[in-house]
Structures are given as C-alpha cells and as structure tokens.
Design a protein around this ligand. Structure first.
Ligand SMILES: *Cc1c(COP(=O)(O)O)cnc(C)c1O
Length: 397
C-alpha cells in the first residue's frame, strides 16, 4: 500500500496533461519551432497559423471572436491584466471596484494592491451556501464603479455564481464585468454574449492542459473594453500583452479546451455520479457537513467539514490513500482557516477540518470506493483517539 502512489483527487489544484494534448504540442517544440511573429518566412507562418487555430477554438467555445483572446501565462496573469488593466484605463471615470469575499487570491490581491493606489473596493459577502445576492450586488454599484469581478466557479467549494443575472445587472448600468473562469471553463457552459461578460480569465492546467498558459477574453464591441497593458515590450497580442508567444503551450491550451468541450456533457455526468456516490458514503458518518450550495456547484467538487477534527491531521491520516487538499492548494502552507469557508459563516474550528475533493477525467468508480473507505476508517480512528485539539480562534492570516 505505501509503495503505491495515492489516488489523485486534487483536480482543483491542477490536472495531469491529457496524452492527446501532449501529442498535439510536441511538434511545436522541435519541428515547428518558429516565432509566430516572424512574418518573413515559413517557420513563422506555420507557428502563426497554429496559434490562430487555437485562438479560434477558444473564442468559439465562449461565443467570442479570435481577436478578443489574449494569451497569458495562466489565470493569475489574466486576472491581474483584467483588474489592473481596467483600473488603469478607466480611473478617470471612477475608482470603485466590486468583488466577492470568496474570490481566488489572484483576484483579491490585485484588488488589495489597487486599494493601496487609492481605489476603493467592495468585497461582497456570500450567503451560507456561498452564493452572492443580486440585490446586494445591485445596491453596491455606484456612479463611480468601473468594474465588477465575480468568479464563475469557486476553486474550494465549487459554487457557481449566477453569472447571467450578474451580467445583466452590470450591463444595465454600463459597468464592466470580469469573471475568473479558471475552474468553470470546459465544465459549465460559458457564453460571453448571453451572460454579458466583458472580460474572462481561463487557464489550461485545470482542464488537462499544460501549466503556464492561459488566456483573457477582452470584449471588443458593445462595449469595446480598454485595457492598459501590464507587460510592455514587443507589442504582441495587439499590444495588450508583450512577449514571444509560447507556441507549444498555446497549442496545448487549444487542444485541451477542444477535448473538454467535445466531452463536457457526458464527462460532467460521470463525475457527478462519482461525486454523489462519495458524498453518500461520507454521510454515513455523524457530523459531516457539505460546504457550498448542494446543487449550484461544479459536478466534480465535494467539500466537507468534519466536526471536531483537525484538518491537517485528517489530510495526513489519508495521505497514503488519497491526495487531496484541506483548502486552496496555493495557500496550503498557510495554517489560517480558509477565507472561503469563513465567508460561509463557519467557526474557525469547523473550517479547519475540511476536505476538498476534486474528481477528474481519469478518476474511476473503484478509486472512489477506496477513498470513501479510507475516509471512513481515518475519521473513525481519529475521533476514537480522543485527541482534542484546542480551538483555533485567534489565528488570522
Ligand atoms: C487555479 C486558479 C487560478 C490560478 O490559475 P493559474 O493558471 O495557476 O495562475 C485562479 N483562479 C482560480 C479560480 C483558480 O482555480
């Protein structure tokens, strides 16, 4: 048992590259290595043509046009470009931004940075299911509000915010809407026209593509979004993001999204069944609670709180069987309770003992069964060991 690698259920942190994606990328490291910006010879042309195909795939999948796609190093950079880029371009119109307490740090931190520059940011609360209230959003909007940023799907609790309603609310008032769709793209339908989205961030490595590549959709018509570039240089991506395009990664992003969209309906159905099976098994234990809305959530996400246990002890107890996280992977060195679970109104103690399961394309029914059994025994054992941890109140990040 200890020699085998644990079952991977941390797909909100990252996913393996699908072999079909890798296969599509490989020729662009060696044979087709040209710089897409080299317009004077065939090496450049073939790279540019392949990049353009990727752009078209991505655009079509969200009902955008290819010129509206800007390649970035991932969702962190796309979020930074969207938020800081809009703030810098529109500051003479207003300096108020609205976002949500449960956003990813790649949205919250650029907002905090802008506060330091004199912008004002409203961090909307969520209800106990993790959803924002449209009325509260509407009331927060002011004459000087330039941007609303609300994630499509939460990376910890999988909750899906009502994007179409949010989009309508912003559009009515002429306010730009950005959405961090890193967890949502390829899993739920996204349509920048129907949902009135003006900027949308995505990343490849959450959907079986390579790390280090993502994109920002930037609306060009009705309204045309102005964006101040955050990287200056060769003027690539119509001046919106300088730097030589990372061709193999861009091909990988396109292929990963094409595969995800091809299989979205059936794949989500399969994952939902596995997730529900796992949740049913865990419900046989007393004092295990579901975090986040029961139905308005990603099909591959399960987030539970286990009362009276320490989250880190639980993760360690399970580590030989299953690889998962007790919160956001990017803050796993941080021992403070998850800001997302706290925003749901949990006490620190309950927030601590939480498990985030992220089911993936390659997860099997047998693996889910093994994980359910391991959780059952580990939780029982830890509870019987009667080790009582002191409450964690007082620890803040
Ligand atoms: C993973 C993730 C990010 C960061 O994406 P990178 O491509 O790793 O920079 C941002 N937002 C959300 C919601 C995520 O899940």
């Amino acid at each position: 048992m200890s020699h085998r690698r644990p079952i991977y259920l941390d797909c909100h942190a990252t996913t393996p590259v699908d072999p079909r994606v890798l296969e599509a990328m490989l020729p662009f490291f060696t044979e087709h290595f040209g710089n897409p910006a080299s317009s004077g010879h065939a090496y450049g042309w073939e790279a540019e043509a392949a990049v353009q195909r990727s752009r078209e795939i991505i655009a079509a999948g969200i009902s955008a046009t290819p010129e509206e796609i800007v390649f970035t190093s991932g969702a962190t950079e796309a979020n930074n470009l969207a938020i800081k880029g809009v703030a810098e371009a529109y500051f003479s119109r207003g300096r108020h931004i609205v976002t949500v307490q449960t956003e990813h740090s790649a949205v919250l931190d650029p907002c905090r940075y802008l506060e330091g520059l004199g912008f004002e940011v409203t961090y909307l609360p969520v209800n106990q299911d993790g959803l924002i209230d449209i009325e509260t959003l509407a009331q927060s909007l002011r004459a000087d509000t330039i941007l609303v940023s609300v994630m499509a799907a939460n990376n910890e609790i999988g909750v899906l915010q009502p994007l179409a309603e949010i989009g309508a609310c912003c559009r009515d008032r002429g306010i730009l809407l950005h959405t961090d769709a890193a967890q949502a793209v390829g899993k739920i339908d996204l349509n920048v026209q129907a949902q009135n989205i003006d900027l949308l961030s995505l990343t490849a490595h959450k959907i079986y593509g390579p790390k280090g590549i993502g994109a920002l959709y930037v609306r060009r018509r009705a309204p045309r979004v102005s964006l101040a570039p955050q990287l200056h240089g060769g003027g690539q991506e119509r001046g919106r993001r300088s730097g030589t395009l990372y061709t193999p990664q861009i091909i990988g992003l396109g292929k990963a999204l094409a595969l995800a969209w091809e299989t979205q309906t059936s794949e989500q159905q399969t994952m939902r069944q596995l997730r529900d099976r796992l949740w049913h098994s865990l419900q046989n234990l007393p004092d295990v609670y579901l975090n986040g809305h029961p139905t308005q959530r990603l099909a591959n996400n399960l987030n539970v709180s286990v009362a009276g246990l320490d989250g880190q002890a639980l993760i360690l107890g399970l580590k030989n069987t299953v690889a998962l996280s007790s919160g956001a992977a990017c803050s796993s060195t941080n021992t403070a309770p998850s800001h997302v679970l706290k925003a749901l109104g949990h006490s620190d103690e309950l927030a601590y003992a939480s498990l985030r399961f992220g089911i993936g394309r390659f997860t099997t029914a047998d693996e889910i069964k093994q994980v359910a059994q391991a959780c059952f025994t580990t939780i029982q054992t830890l509870r019987q060991s009667k080790v009582h941890h002191p409450p964690h109140s007082g620890i803040r990040n």
